[in-house]
Structures are given as C-alpha cells and as structure tokens.
Design a protein around this ligand. Structure first.
Ligand code: GLO
Ligand code: MG
Length: 401
C-alpha cells in the first residue's frame, strides 16, 4: 500500500500559540518565513502539500476588497513571491480557506450573520479567497463553520440561518466554477463549539446533511477534524470518517489529538492523554474502505514546548512538523500491520463471515427468498461472540507485546 500524502498548513506552523489565559510565547513569523519552513519540510520529503487561510498569506483590507486584482497591490506582490517559493520547492497549495473568525466584524458570524452588510463582506472575502486559491493552484476551497453559530438561541433568526448558509455556499460554488481556475471542489469542516458556544454544523453528519441541500452536491465534500472536533462532544471519529468515506464525500481529513469531552485540544498527532487506539482504528478502517484521500495536519505546538527567540522560532517549528509526520507514519505502520495480521483476520472473520449463503440472500433484497429462509434462534442466541478476545489481541499489538 502506498504511503498516504500529507499536508501541513501555514496556520499550524505560524501559530505563536497563545490561549485564552495567556499570550503567545513564540515569535511571530511572516507568511514568507512560514513558506520557507514549509519548503524546507518539502525538501526533507516530510510533506506533499500545504494549505492556508487567505489571512495566513496576506492581510485583508475591508476598504479594498478586491486588492488581489490589482497587480501592484502589496497583496498581489506577496502572493507572487509565495507562488515563486512554492513552485521552486515543488510544494503544491492543495487547499485554501477563508478566515471568517479572526476579524472582529465577524464576531456574530460570517455567512450566517443576520446583518446583510456583514454577509456582503463575508461573501466578498470568500470570493477573494477563491481567486487567491486559483492563483496558487489550490484544488479545494474549505468552509469551516467558525463563528457561524450562537450563544443565545433567541438571538438567531432560525427560519433564515440555514438558508443563508445554503445561499452562501451556492455562491462560492458558482463563483469558483465561473472563475474556472484550479479550485474544483469545496469541503465543509464541522465543529460543535469553539469559538462560538454552539455552531450550526456541529458534526460530520450535519455537514453531509447540508450538502444534500446545496445546488451542486457533487462539488462538495467534508473534511472532518479528528480526533478533535467529533471528540469534543464525545462522538467517535470512526463513525464520522466511515460514514463520510462510504458516501464518497471525505475529500481529505484534518488530523490532531484530543482528549474526549474537552475544549479543542489541537494537540499534535498522537500527543496527549488519549486517542492512540482510536486513531489507529481510524486509519485501519480507512484502508479497509479503500479511502484514497490525503491527511492534513491541523494542530499546534503545545504551549509548554514553545519558547521565544529567533532561533527557537525556526527550530521548534521544524521539529513540530517532523513530529507530526513521524507520529502519523507510526499510526500508518501500526494500522497496516494490524490490517495484515493473519491471526486478527481470523478472529474478525469468525465474527463477520458466518453463513455466507444467507448473507448473500439478504444483500439480494429477494423478499420471497428471505421469507422462506430459516434461522436456528436457539443456537444463534446461545452463542457469545468473544469480542473482548479480539480487542485484547489488538491491544497486545498496540503495546508491542
Ligand atoms: C479550528 C479549525 C480550523 C480550520 C481552518 C480551516 O478548530 O480546525 O483550524 O480547520 O480554519 O478552515
Ligand atoms: Mg481543522
């Protein structure tokens, strides 16, 4: 099986890592400096792609909403310099996403903001992001639900909010097609809460449900963020990725680590209290399902591991990229070893591959045949399954024993 392709976004590497209780520790770096670090990671063959918010690349000036169309603007100049660096390093920008969470004007939402003036600003910012993405060769436009949400339920025009979401995503899709550039698909990234108390697309299931209401569902897919976003409300990543991948809607995924039920931990891959078994299971099942997409890291350096100063700024950030990749490759190896293990395969077959003729009959939908088939209820009901033995055998391999 080939190694999965990996993407490291600008925002993860540039993040100077503050939290709501304390300021950033790391020195801030510019988009061109971030690009240099990513190009180094490409030269070391760590990553295959990168991704960015519009804001990670160039500042947004609400008084010049189409500054990217002026070749002499600072934004255009920076974008050209970034493109040169990425091209020289052979590092494709695979995804762009519009930051609708940072600028304070979007504090009550972007696409669903009840104020049409702010929705107009959001629409123009998304359109500019599409043009920026095309200029850099991006394939995907991602919509993360961000501040489209609420804290007070009576402050939401419920009969309009999902319409606003549908209209805005339809506009993004039709504008992307009209531009006829490199962006060919959109993805929706759900999240239950943070930065808002509640968000309009809390889970992968909600995002898939919304896609069915859009003008061109074939344009849209999802990029669940695991283990973080589903895990924050104690849902399991396995279910999210299996359902999205079964629907052929999981174009890529976001990866990091999370203790279930907590705030958005955004810990690097495999780092932290929990999640080893779950994440190995995710990639084991995605291999079983034949999922072909790429993995994009979405996490940040733990604040404990940051330090100020120029030399730290480069070394710690490069180490962060390396650790994410090394840890992902550990998961990839372990999940594939588990998938290829003959003893486990036998235990699984014992659970799944009983009565093949009957399984075939049920799949056929042949109602008359199904009505005629017999089952020995007492025998079936009188047999325990031994699932704990299978689980123990997996755990033994995870612990390397
Ligand atoms: C935050 C999200 C965020 C998005 C990014 C891309 O919780 O994971 O990082 O992935 O804005 O749209
Ligand atoms: Mg994410």
């Amino acid at each position: 099986m080939t190694k999965r392709k990996l993407s490291m976004p600008f925002w993860c590497v540039a993040n100077p890592v503050g939290d709501p209780f304390g300021p950033s520790v790391m020195d801030r770096i510019s988009s061109l400096e971030t690009c240099d670090l990513l190009c180094r990671a490409r030269a070391e063959r760590l990553i295959d792609f990168t991704a960015a918010h519009d804001d990670d690349l160039v500042a947004w000036d609400p008084h010049h909403l189409e500054d990217d169309l002026d070749p002499a603007s600072p934004a255009s100049q920076t974008l050209r310099a970034l493109k040169e660096k990425l091209d020289a390093a052979e590092l494709p920008m695979i995804m762009v996403t519009c930051g609708l969470h940072g600028n304070p004007v979007f504090r009550n939402g972007g696409l669903t903001n009840p104020n049409p003036e702010i929705r107009l600003l959001a629409a123009r910012k998304v359109m500019r992001t599409i043009r920026i993405g095309n200029s850099l060769g991006a394939e995907y436009l991602t919509y993360w639900v961000a501040r489209d949400g609420f804290e007070c339920q009576f402050a939401v025009p419920w009969e309009r909010s999902y319409r606003y979401l549908v209209e805005s995503l339809n506009l993004a899709e039709s504008y992307a097609k009209e531009q006829n550039g490199s962006i060919r698909h959109g993805t929706i990234e759900p999240k239950p809460n943070e930065p808002r108390g509640e968000m309009f697309l809390p889970t992968t299931g909600h995002a898939l449900g919304l896609i069915a209401q859009l003008a061109d569902p074939s344009f849209w897919g999802v990029n669940p963020e695991i283990l973080q976003h589903e895990g924050m409300t104690n849902l399991t990543a396995e279910v999210a990725v299996a359902m999205a991948s079964h629907a052929k809607k999981m174009f890529f995924l976001h990866l990091g680590n999370q203790k279930p039920g907590q705030f958005d931990n955004d810990l690097p891959t495999l780092v932290g209290m929990d999640g080893v078994k779950e994440i190995v299971a995710v990639f084991w099942l995605l291999d079983r399902m034949g999922w072909q997409g790429h993995v994009e890291f979405d996490n940040h350096i733990p604040r404990t591991d940051t330090a100020p100063g120029k030399e730290n700024s480069t070394r710690i950030r490069m180490d962060f990229i390396r650790q994410n990749v090394e840890n992902y490759r550990m998961i990839e190896k372990k999940s594939r070893d588990i998938g290829a293990d003959p003893e486990l395969a036998k235990l699984m077959a014992g659970l799944w591959d009983r009565e093949p003729a009957l399984a075939k009959l049920l799949s056929s939908g042949d109602a008359a045949g199904i009505l005629k088939a017999g089952v020995d209820y007492d025998r079936v009901n009188g047999t325990g399954l031994g699932i704990a033995r299978l689980d123990q055998a997996v755990t033994r391999r995870l612990l390397g024993m």
